[in-house]
Design a protein around this ligand. Structure first.
Ligand SMILES: *Cc1c(COP(=O)(O)O)cnc(C)c1O
Length: 455
């Protein structure tokens, strides 16, 4: 794209006059000149003037191996020369087939079938419809409900919002949503009960058990983000909770949907978060990092048991009537295959452990700041929460936008970060170098001092 034939002023004007940004209060957006990213290089983003920033949120939790990796761009180019797009409705193509096989080899055991879409939200919609229809097809018409967690996030489409638990994003759409059964957020449940997170599994599992006991006959599935709730504010679950949930779902004949859109592809230190507790869900949702962060793609994996419930003669109407125009887009599949190859070539998972430890020690340094009340981390996902009074955990007034202000200040120090409320999220590409990780920590340190210390 030859955008250089336009002036910077034109680009800014068109953005401010026509572009409605996601998850953005546009009044706030229009108050300052927008930051245009012109290029990506490794773990950096580069603006129109050539100023470099570390991509500290991995381009919204998607980037794995850094920007501009030739292994991925070449795979996309080669695919583009051969086939741009062709549908998976009634046809197939090599990249979709290869990737399906690769994903099922990597995924927790038992997940044999891959259903593609384009975003995490759609991967979740598909999981919900699949779980629902599974029981319908098997003649259990009463199993129509979903159990989910408060502070959970599964995307922005209405089905995903129906099983979401973030009041700020979800409450207003209440009248449009289907009802779901919401359990307390495991992290906050432990905190409120005064139980250390490490020992909280039993408490949270007993909440789930009670609900399953009461509702299993009318419940299709339990959906959760394994090990850590991301968009809810980087809230880790007690160790063992996932495994307990798996056992309870099996016992009560309720499907388990693991939404690994954020945690998948190495983010927590293992390829998938479920591995840490030896869990195989019935349905697995993947997105974000699946293409290394290069193109939109998502996948919903399921067991052969689920697949079989849809296997029938056409006139029995057991078909899964779902699919999108760009389902299994060849370019995105090619990028995903190249990203999986890079996991092997770069030894991404093998080299991650020291980086996770470095992040942990950086977080400890941040914890020592007078405004930081909590730091939370699972693998390469972390949150730093600031408070007006961290001791008593009194939050800043909402209108102060402290988390947002810290992230805007971090930019001055050459790092791009995003906040979730007053939690500063640190979630860089897995390819982040140790000294870049240190730069992120130092810049957060400085920014918190500048923003919180000034008043
Ligand atoms: C981001 C996210 C989604 C939604 O993915 P989109 O690609 O933004 O639609 C779903 N689930 C989880 C856990 C996520 O973090």
């Amino acid at each position: 794209m030859d955008w250089k034939k336009y002036t910077k002023d034109e680009l800014i004007k068109w953005d401010l006059e026509h572009l409605w940004h996601p998850f953005t209060q546009m009044k706030e957006w229009s108050a300052q000149p927008p930051l245009f990213i012109a290029r990506g290089e490794g773990n950096h983003l580069v603006d129109l003037e050539g100023k470099r920033y570390i991509d500290g949120v991995a381009s919204l939790w998607a980037n794995i191996h850094g920007h501009g990796r030739v292994e991925i761009t070449r795979a996309i180019e080669q695919q583009l020369k051969e086939l741009d797009h062709s549908t998976l409705l009634g046809l197939t193509h090599p990249s979709a087939s290869i990737l399906a096989k690769r994903l099922t080899e990597l995924a927790p055991p038992g997940l044999r079938w891959v259903f593609y879409s384009e975003s995490g939200s759609t991967a979740v919609e598909i999981a919900l419809k699949m779980a629902f229809q599974y029981w319908q097809n098997k003649g259990h018409g009463q199993k129509t409900k979903f159990i989910c967690l408060k502070e959970g996030y599964h995307g922005d489409t209405l089905g995903a919002v129906s099983v979401g638990g973030i009041g700020l994003f979800h409450d207003i759409y209440g009248p449009l949503l289907f009802e779901s059964i919401k359990l307390p957020c495991p992290y906050l449940r432990c905190k409120e009960a005064g139980v250390p997170l490490q020992e909280g599994s039993e408490l949270c599992a007993s909440d789930l058990e009670k609900i399953l006991h009461k509702h299993h006959h009318e419940t299709a599935a339990f959906i959760l983000e394994p090990r850590i709730q991301g968009a809810g504010g980087m809230l880790p679950a007690p160790p063992g909770y996932l495994k307990a949930a798996r056992e309870l779902c099996t016992e009560f004949e309720v499907l388990l949907i693991a939404d690994e859109v954020a945690t998948g592809f190495g983010r927590t230190g293992a390829m998938f978060a479920c591995e840490a507790e030896g869990v195989s869900p019935d349905i697995l949702c993947l997105g974000k990092g699946i293409t290394g962060g290069y193109l939109p793609l998502a996948a919903t994996l399921c067991t052969h048991e689920i697949f079989q419930a849809f296997w029938a003669d056409y006139q029995e109407f057991k078909t899964f009537f779902h699919g999108h125009t760009y389902t299994g887009n060849p370019l995105a599949c090619a990028a995903a295959i190249a990203s999986l190859d890079l996991f092997e070539k770069d030894q991404t998972l093998e080299t991650l452990k020291p980086k996770i430890e470095l992040l942990a020690s950086g977080l400890e340094a941040l914890r020592a700041l007078p405004w930081v009340g909590e730091v939370r981390q699972v693998g390469m996902m972390a949150g730093v929460e600031i408070f007006q009074d961290p001791e008593a955990q009194v939050p800043y007034p909402l209108e102060k936008r402290m988390g947002h202000r810290v992230c805007m200040t971090v930019r001055k120090h050459g790092v791009i970060l995003r906040n979730l409320g007053d939690t500063i999220v640190i979630l860089p590409p897995l390819s982040i170098e140790p000294q870049e990780l240190e730069q992120i920590i130092t810049s957060v340190q400085k920014a918190i001092h500048e923003v919180c210390g000034s008043k």
